[in-house]
Design a protein around this ligand. Sequence first.
Ligand code: GTP
Ligand code: MG
Length: 197
Amino acid sequence: MKIKSAEFVVSNSKVEQCPNSALPEYAFIGRSNVGKSSLINMLTDRKSLAKTSAKPGKTQLINHFLINKNWHLVDLPGYGYAQVSKSTKKVFQKFITAYFEKRTQMVCAFVLIDSRHAPQKIDMEFMQWLGEHNVPFCIIFTKADKLKPKVLEKNIHNYQAEMLEIWTQMPEFFITSASTGTGKDEVLDYIEAINQQ
Ligand code: GTP
Ligand code: MG
């Protein structure tokens, strides 16, 4: 898919205030600092459409972007960031879960996982929650440029093995780098294929 236009629409903390539109939407979710906003910029060829930061906790709202005038891309706040106060963390969790429970236009969630790390409990629990709530999701392994190809391959292999202890099959997954553009065409073509169904 070619990105012809990418526009910021609105940010808010309430799912009820998200755009009143039936366009299909795709949400990017994962731990703080995993690279959600950077990936969105990479996919859309825009340097700073979504705000990024080396400091975790940058994205704090539900951000809608209109792509090619016919689908929405959604940048969500990260979960599991220990540095924010417990009560703030709870607010994130509440509106993130409310988003997935109520937003029927959401056709696929992309759960971002840092390719450098072994499976983390919080990500496993989050995917379990998505499964229990019948939310379709894929996995995106991020920051692939930070690893040597052999190590990357081993990490993905280990991740799959651990997923298969819980799930009967591995969800669709992609390997990406916001720095080099790896995985861009694969993710965009996947979205395009769903949009054309
Ligand atoms: P929050 O909004 O805080 O939850 O974070 P986020 O998941 O949106 O992460 P963000 O895109 O802001 O990136 C976090 C940090 O990781 C930034 O310093 C990015 O430059 C860096 N980063 C993100 N993706 C990549 C990547 O693919 N490769 C490399 N080398 N760095 C990356
Ligand atoms: Mg962000």
